[in-house]
Design a protein around this ligand. Structure first.
Ligand SMILES: [Zn+2]
Length: 202
């Protein structure tokens, strides 16, 4: 072993407040598990940044963030596999449960990747709340995207979530101007919090 610091901390953001548990804390979804992993210097800042993003974009969402995240793999989009509790688990970056609604994020990745995962999973939850018009505007753009092998990356819901994720990251890196009349108009409303404010007022 190299002696790199590891952690078993699992953070929970509920009602936009940050709480702390461990990988042994009970999760609302039994098909997901956190395991210990590398402790990153940016861990606390990343959790705070995700809290800020949730408060702005979708304050009604609960989030769990822990070192390594595993799910019972239904597709092959996991990085690697491990046997836990006699069940096969695949390592993933994030997950979203639409109904509760809850998102899960793996923290043993770079801080930009943590933010990317947060935007991606939050979009999966917001996607269901978009109007027909908004979804059409997004679909018009992503339909022109690359043909990916396998069903998963090709799914229209995944395409929409990735398109929002990349849009949000470009703003995180300093981009300011958006193109009206495209998916960016919808994405910007979500990113800046206008969409969440409309929902709250409705
Ligand atoms: Zn996704």
């Amino acid at each position: 072993m190299t002696g790199l610091p590891t952690t078993d901390r699992v953070w929970c953001i509920r009602d936009c407040r940050v709480g702390l548990g461990t990988i042994r804390s009970k999760l609302p979804h039994t098909d997901l598990e956190f395991s210990a992993g590398r402790a990153r210097l940016h861990e606390r800042e990343a959790v705070e940044a995700v809290r800020d993003i949730i408060e702005r974009v979708a304050p009604w969402v609960t989030a769990y963030l822990g070192p390594q995240l595993w799910s019972n793999p239904k597709t092959d989009n996991a990085d690697d596999y491990e046997l836990m509790n006699k069940k096969r688990y695949g390592r993933i970056n994030g997950a979203a449960s639409y109904k509760d609604p809850v998102i899960y994020i793996r923290l043993s990745q770079s801080m930009p990747d943590v933010l990317a995962t947060a935007y991606h999973e939050l979009f999966h939850i917001i996607d269901l709340l978009l109007s027909k018009e908004q979804r059409k505007m997004v679909a018009r753009d992503v339909i022109r995207g690359r043909d990916y092998p396998g069903g998963y990356y090709q799914e229209i819901m995944e395409r929409r979530a990735r398109a929002f994720e990349y849009f949000a990251l470009s703003i995180e890196e300093g981009r300011r101007n958006i193109i009206r009349g495209t998916a960016e108009e919808v994405f910007e409303e979500i990113y800046c919090g206008a969409f969440a404010a409309q929902l709250a007022a409705a």
